[in-house]
Design a protein around this ligand. Structure first.
Ligand code: SAM
Length: 278
């Protein structure tokens, strides 16, 4: 494979960036290496890359992994990637919208590692889908807007802590790999970025009898985060007496705010409600 830089490829094909597809391509090789290292890729791995652009990160993944599958939505990038990566025999390119791809079918029973420098508008939908659909993956190493990474990685009781933190931390361990400033891309984005790795836990962090109820309570708590937990439970339709009994059995103070509860505490709360009957 050749070693052409991002700028050289962009110039060679006269590529025009599409802002609506979040096209900011990496130009800093140090960041490319940091992503591959942070994702802990080895020859035994099947890596699925979402949004390869002109293949800057893809090229390094092809060198390091056993097999690479890339999913790119922009039709203009397909012939460029095919030409630039034609020598790779462990590479497959899929022209599709990653928000609609059936990752389960794509993994075909293998435990894949996902790597992506995602356009910001698809970040949350893709993470949510991959986690909720229970796609078999070992880790998800993604470059995302710094603020979103901080929300994912947040601890209870902080301003960044929310439904997204809980969704991700229920299924995964989270680790910030590194922060990436705008000058590492062309064109430069307006925001700072962060590479974060989500490593799937062998089983969810807490035992939850009714996941639908667990996430319904979490959504309610963070939609109205300044309310006490008791008031949020009442807003879900439970009576005052019922809520008092739930809190007593779960060992929670009547004044507690839901935003201070860990994954385990939310699980305990949802399990208590389930036990008492809805
Ligand atoms: N990975 C490249 C890099 O690091 O230089 C490009 C990253 S750029 C931020 C995001 C890429 O995702 C673009 O190539 C864009 O066309 C592609 N993309 C945007 N939306 C997508 C979607 N829904 N499905 C697949 N690819 C998408």
């Amino acid at each position: 494979m050749n070693n052409a830089t991002t700028r050289e490829i962009v110039e060679k094909y006269g590529f025009h960036f599409t802002k609506s597809l979040g096209q900011n391509f990496l130009v800093d090789q140090n960041i490319v290496h940091a992503i591959v290292q942070g994702a802990e890729i080895g020859k035994e791995d099947h890596v699925v890359e979402i949004g390869p652009g002109v293949g800057t990160l893809t090229r390094e993944l092809i060198r390091t992994a056993g097999k690479v599958t890339a999913i790119e939505l922009d039709a203009k990038l397909i012939p460029i990637l095919q030409e630039e990566l034609k020598e790779a025999d462990n590479f497959e390119l899929i022209h599709a919208d990653a928000t609609k791809v059936d990752f389960e079918a794509l993994a075909a029973g293998e435990n894949i590692k996902l790597v992506a420098n995602l356009p910001y508008y698809v970040t949350t939908p893709i993470i949510t889908r991959i986690l909720n659909d229970k796609v078999g993956f070992q880790s998800l190493t993604i470059m995302i807007q710094k603020e979103v990474a901080e929300r994912i990685n947040a601890v209870p009781g902080t301003k960044d802590y929310g439904a997204l933190s809980l969704l991700v931390q229920y299924y995964c361990d989270t680790k910030i790999v590194r922060h990436v400033p705008p000058e590492c891309f062309i064109p430069r984005p307006k925001v700072d970025s962060t590479v974060i790795r989500l490593t799937r836990l062998a089983k969810p962090r807490a035992e939850v009898a009714d996941e639908e109820l667990f996430f319904r309570i979490i959504r309610q708590v963070f939609n109205m985060r300044r309310k006490t937990l008791a008031n949020n439970l009442k807003a879900l339709g439970y009576s005052r007496e019922y809520v008092e009994e739930v809190l007593r059995r779960a060992g929670l103070d009547e004044k507690v705010r839901g935003e201070t509860l860990s994954v385990e505490r939310f699980a305990q709360l949802a399990n208590t409600i389930k036990e008492m009957g809805k």
